[in-house]
Write a protein that binds this ligand. Structure first.
Ligand SMILES: [Zn+2]
Length: 217
């Protein structure tokens, strides 16, 4: 891709697929091997920027950076790290909307590798299965900890919940600020981005409005 197209794709925050684009050998290396390799490459970046890596304050940065990428910011790339999402029989027959709101979003934009921070609000109408509430938060956290675009993050959460809960009746709203919009480029400090993805009964305007009114508070 030429440099102009690279800029256009990044500035318009276009994603190309619902699946995170991963290489087939993505997890051939262990975490330790990845940290060692990234540590080396980030040291090269710092040196290219002209930084003196013999300074005590900078010497450990390549290792800290590499460990943070593999173990924290991007732990959600690795399928082994996916939370176990146990579901239970809907014994009490609850069949109205259940909403988990103000779930923290700590993610990173895949075009600039800068933070995306905000809140997710998720609703579903149980059929035969219900899920432990904290599991929804854990699933959001897992998918957020990848290089992301907000639209894909919303869809990945939606599709997983629909699959686990065996119902299309799920809705996902995310409000988030993108540091790549607030701190570079247009440098707009106040704007934020909202995405809404849903299926099943939430295609009905009234059902969707009921959810959105509750989320608005
Ligand atoms: Zn970005």
């Amino acid at each position: 891709m030429d440099k102009k197209s690279i800029e256009i794709l990044g500035d318009n925050h276009i994603s190309t697929s619902v699946e995170t684009p991963l290489r087939s050998d993505a997890f051939d290396k262990s975490d330790v091997e990845k940290i060692t390799a990234i540590q080396y490459h980030f040291k090269m970046i710092m040196q290219e920027l002209g930084l003196d890596l013999t300074d005590d304050s900078l010497a450990g940065t390549p290792y800290r950076f590499a460990k943070m990428y593999v173990k924290e910011l991007f732990y959600g790339l690795k399928p082994d790290n996916k939370p176990k999402l146990s579901v239970f029989e809907n014994k009490y027959g609850y069949n109205k909307v259940l909403i988990e709101q103000n779930i923290n979003i700590d993610s990173s934009c895949e075009h600039h590798f800068l933070p995306i921070t905000g809140k997710a609000h998720i609703g579903y109408i149980p059929k035969d299965k219900v899920i432990g509430l904290s599991k929804i938060n854990r699933l959001v956290d897992y998918y957020a900890h990848r290089p992301q675009v907000q639209e894909r993050l919303s869809l990945q959460i939606l599709k997983d919940l629909q699959h686990i809960l065996k119902t299309e009746d799920v809705i996902v709203v995310i409000n988030a600020k993108h540091l790549c919009v607030s701190s570079r480029g247009i440098k707009d400090k106040n704007s934020f981005t909202t995405t809404i993805e849903y299926g099943g009964c939430f295609n009905n305007d009234l059902k969707r409005k009921e959810f959105l009114d509750i989320v608005k508070g």
